[in-house]
Design a protein around this ligand. Sequence first.
Ligand code: SAM
Ligand code: SF4
Length: 324
Amino acid sequence: MLTDKFDRTFPYLRLSITEVCNFSCQYCLPNGYQKSNGPSFLSQDEINRLVDAFIELGVWKIRLTGGEPSIRKDFTDIARMIAAKPGIETMAFTTNGYKLKENAQTWRDAGLNAINISIDSLNAKKFHQITGHNRMAEIRDGIDKAIEVGFDKIKINVVLLKAINDDELDLYLDYVKDTPVSVRYIELMQTGDNLHYFNKYHLSAEHIKTQLIERGWVENIRAIGAGPAVNFSHSDYAGSIGLIAPYSKDFCSGCNRLRITSTGDLRLCLFGNVGVPLRHMLQNDDQKEDLKAAIAKQLNYKASTHFLAMGDTGILSNLSSTGG
Ligand code: SAM
Ligand code: SF4
């Protein structure tokens, strides 16, 4: 298993397969995706070799992300290829849900078993305002479909935005009363592109935590190897609520993930200052041992924490290139 100097282990890989997205979320791609003349996104063959190396290094959970991963025409083929590999226990993806309703069954059949769907507001108008798309109702239908076709783990990502959606906790609680999903509030993160937006709309997740406790929700004991989310449950509710607070003390001590950008750079941290190019080692099957050695070596350089609180966002311009 990949281990760093701080005894953190890394069973989890987040793999961005495209930067392209059809939404224009205010905090991520406010002007929509702008085509660049940069390198192409990783091919299926390159992804295949990359994943094989990571599995041999102990990875058992892979999340496809982006951009919007389902925008790639070969998204289902990529998912099927990875899910079929011995050693993969959790085959996950994060999506804005725009194709979920029609594809949930196909994706489940392809071997995807965990899904995160972003839905930043349960108010249709606000959803439109945040994402640029008036599609909240159809995305909610997609979530119903994902439950129906038997995804094991369904999480709803909500980026907490001051004075935009910070008054919606009770709507989300109503939603999880009978719906067995985990809603996760994510604190807005500063990136290279969104400083002004961040300053205006960032709100600490403590705001939600206080309200949960007032409403009788209980913080769960943290499982060994669990990621950075702090989870709350309530015996009267089918679903749960999680808080992801990257600015909180100790957030990084639970780090269990590595990231690969859509063009094949290893990122040790979402907010790190270095991207380590791996693509040149993804060209032939006989490069696998070199690739594994290069990845393992990089773990020595993983810092104990990010420096977000000091406004250092590293080389990240927005989350569409690296995935959230
Ligand atoms: N397009 C897909 C989606 O939106 O679910 C997957 C990629 S998106 C970059 C992954 C997650 O990152 C989403 O839940 C999104 O809301 C979140 N995200 C993007 N930018 C963010 C930021 N600046 N702060 C916090 N979360 C962010
Ligand atoms: Fe697209 Fe996801 Fe970024 Fe929204 S958060 S613009 S859906 S990549």
